[in-house]
Design a protein around this ligand. Sequence first.
Ligand SMILES: C[S@@+](CC[C@H](N)C(=O)[O-])C[C@H]1O[C@@H](n2cnc3c(N)ncnc32)[C@H](O)[C@@H]1O
Length: 252
Amino acid sequence: MNLSASEIRKRIEALGPWFHNIDLRGVRTAPDHFLGDYPHMKWRKFADAIPEDLSGRTVLDIGCNAGFYSIEMKKRGAERVLGIDFDDIYLNQARFAAEVAGVDIEFEKLSVYDVSALGEKFDVVIFMGVLYHLRHPLLALDLIREHAARDMLVFQSMQRGSSKVLELEENYPFSNSKLFDDPAYPKMHFIEHRYADDPTNWWVPNAGCVEAMLRSSGFEIVGHPEDEVYICRTAARSEYSKPVYPAKGARA
Ligand SMILES: C[S@@+](CC[C@H](N)C(=O)[O-])C[C@H]1O[C@@H](n2cnc3c(N)ncnc32)[C@H](O)[C@@H]1O
């Protein structure tokens, strides 16, 4: 795409507001981001935890927003990158950013709850910054494990509450109610109205809850390179979590 800097700036303005600050040939999409140079400053801290060379691998970026991570995965040589998001504003930004960056990425309007419609599994699934925006977060993780993730999951969630992670026992007696008073016991905080002015924030877990949910949905945590970021491999799902809903067309 042969656009001048001022044409790029005009398109960026027309497609805004942007959540991802992406450098498009010297023009930044969100230079005044409230988190700083986001998500680049986060990516820098865990980029080494993902294979440098992704050639021959397929990548699914769920909640891709303007495609920052999709573009990074393509730059690492991934054979195919598919970014999905349920918001057309972000998908249009992502298509423009990829075009200016000169990378071939597919973007599709799809909710995480519909990943089974893709009918395929991906070597690397990126699920960053989406869990706490969902009313049904554990269902989303179960669906990703069941229908989309073949090998690696790159996961991030906002966390609040204790950052301590307890060694949990397999079972506790009914009489042990004190257990739940421990701030480090896996907990999700329900946001009925708003948090950070954002009505799409629904459930914010503590650190123990993130780890327990990932394990329960069938992800083994193999790396925790950066605050809130987990590198996982697909593993067996908890006996109690499968299968909670029949696949389309399956009989009960
Ligand atoms: C906080 S942004 C995170 C963007 C990016 N993944 C990152 O980590 O920088 C959350 C993104 O998830 C998308 N999203 C929220 N709920 C979704 C859903 N049910 N299915 C697909 N995308 C969703 C939003 O549209 C938004 O682009």
